[in-house]
Structure formats: C-alpha cells, structure tokens
Design a protein around this ligand. Structure first.
Ligand code: ZN
Length: 211
C-alpha cells in the first residue's frame, strides 16, 4: 500500500469514524483505556483483531507477534515484548479475558514446520522465536496421512494450546485465574470464509462458532 493511500485513509478516518465516534474518542482520551480483553494475535496483515471482531477503539488490548505465541514466564535479562504486554494487560489494566487468536495459512507456523524462508541475510530472530512452539511442531509432524494444509492447521491449533499453557506460567495470570478474575480462550480464525473456531476447555477440541 503506497504511503499516500495511508494518508488518504487517515483523512477518511479523521472526518468519518473519528467524528462519528467523537464522544467515545474524547472519553477514552480523557479517562484512559479500560479494555477487558487482551488479544494475542499474529502480525499477519490479514488478521487485524479490531477488524475481525469489529471493535471500537479502547475495547481490545492487542499484542501481535509472529505466529501469536506466548513464551513461558522467564526471568529478566532479555527483552520480552509479549511478556511485557501480558504483564501490563493483566496486572495494570486488569483485563478479564485473554484470547490467543491463531489463524489459517500462518506464515510463522509454516516456517516452524518447514524452516524459515531463504533470505539474503541469515534469519536471526524468527527461528529462535518460533522455538517456543517446538513441542507443537513435533506433535503436528507425528500423525501420518495429513496433507500440508491439514498439518499446518493442526500445528496452528497445537501452538494456541501451548501458548495458553505458557500463559498460566505467569504468576499474575495464574493467581487471577484461580480467583475467577481471569479467563483464557484459544480461538482460530480461518482466512477462507472468515470462520471462527474456539477451543473447548473440556474436550480440548476446536469447535466452530455459529455465525
Ligand atoms: Zn500468522
């Protein structure tokens, strides 16, 4: 998208939606944000949570990273962008829900399964980041008879479950879950048809949402 198109888009937003929702915009600017959902989504340009879930500004706190992964809670000494987002959303904003939103045709998960794409410079960060989901990769490569898309789909879902487990390694998350103040959700968005499936906690299977 050329930069002038972005500027034209901002003009439309400024004179359109911003004006239509001026009261909301002024209130969230004045009073601060109070989202009750943290959504951890992929960087993928096709999966913008605010668009997919038709949300107003101020309602979703979003952390996006390659393949929507949550690392386990680890000590300081490195740069933990996603963990910082989780900490801020849970401990400061007091969100009541955390959603890990995966999606079909995820390039990050494809790289996890097949290795990173060839690049001019050696990839330094993506492969290491994807190591978080190594367990999901191994499990997705195990069942025989899946085609590439089915295997990727399985890996995307296994990675969501793994990220939910990793979320529970954060003491602030665990204590709030135990007190009933925080609820975790694993969702998977299908780019084809825009369908959504959600992880059923009892069966650990993804079930379609009617809509
Ligand atoms: Zn992705």
């Amino acid at each position: 998208m050329p930069i002038p198109e972005l500027m034209a888009g901002w003009q439309r937003f400024r004179t359109g939606r911003f004006e239509q929702q001026r009261e909301l915009m002024e209130r969230i600017a004045r009073e601060g944000q109070r989202p009750n959902v943290l959504m951890i989504a992929c960087c993928d340009s096709r999966v913008d949570p605010a668009i997919v879930f038709d949300c107003d500004p101020g309602s979703l706190f979003v952390v996006r990273n390659v393949a929507n992964l949550v690392p386990p809670c680890e000590g300081a000494g490195s740069y933990h962008g996603t963990s910082a987002g989780v900490e801020f959303a849970v401990s400061v904003l007091g969100v009541q829900h955390v959603v890990v939103l995966g999606h079909s045709r995820c390039g990050g998960i494809a790289s996890l399964l097949a290795g990173p794409p060839a690049t001019e410079e050696p990839m330094r960060f993506v492969a290491q980041w994807l190591e978080i989901a190594q367990e999901a990769r191994t499990a997705a490569l195990t069942p025989p008879g899946l085609d590439a898309i089915e295997r990727a789909n399985l890996c995307e879902r296994l990675a969501i479950r793994l990220s939910l487990r990793n979320l529970e390694t954060f003491p602030a998350v665990r204590s709030r879950i135990e007190r009933g103040q925080l609820h975790l959700h694993g969702w998977h968005y299908d780019l084809h048809g825009g369908m959504l499936t959600v992880l059923d906690a009892a069966t650990q299977r993804f079930v379609p949402v009617e809509g």
